[in-house]
Design a protein around this ligand. Sequence first.
Ligand code: HPA
Length: 236
Amino acid sequence: MTQGTAHIQPNGKKIAKTVLMPGDPLRAKYIAENFLENVEQFNEVRNMFGYTGTYKGKEVSVMGSGMGIPSIGIYSYELYNFFDVDTIIRIGSCGALQDNVNLYDIIIAQGASTNSDYVDQYNLPGHFAPLADFDLVAKAKAQADNLGAVTHVGNILSSDTFYNADETFNARWQRMGILGIEMESAALYLNATHANKKALGIFTVSDHILRNEATTPEERQNSFTQMMEVALEIAD
Ligand code: HPA
């Protein structure tokens, strides 16, 4: 295990085997302050805050990923390959693409389709399907059902564009059953697969892309808490 990288400098602080990754580093701080005990900060390079603490006695870390595939690509690669992390659970928000998916629902991303070229680095003779770890998917679904959350399990899109010039973009992905759009999970799943580690993305629906609906941050709090409870309960 390395002492530190250009992007993660723990300075002797511990990083747990399981890391929860919201996009926003201030979200990581909020989670550490409100959901964890015995918290120590292990990273502040580029303000990409990372913390390690305990949840019901289990050691868990939480760290921001930043927005987009290149950013989560760097942090998750380093956590898996240089810091002995086994599991990364991305906790984020996504825009819904299907009629039966509503604001505040939870999406468990079994697969992450993408318009990114990230997979090209493996030089595969075909099209790879980035998948979440099955045990994590099954545990997350059981836990979400337990909490009474409305949950959808399936394929999401990790898009390189938030604003896409092609006006048919969303409808074409919708036609293929994509539940929602975010911008990171495909790289996380690819890094996990290549490192022989585990990953999962869990999302609250923050907006509905086709119906043009959006939530306010205050309204998101309840579904955010449900998503957090799912992620923390399945962390081991
Ligand atoms: N697109 C991409 N990423 C997102 C969205 C979206 O509509 N909503 C939340 N993250």
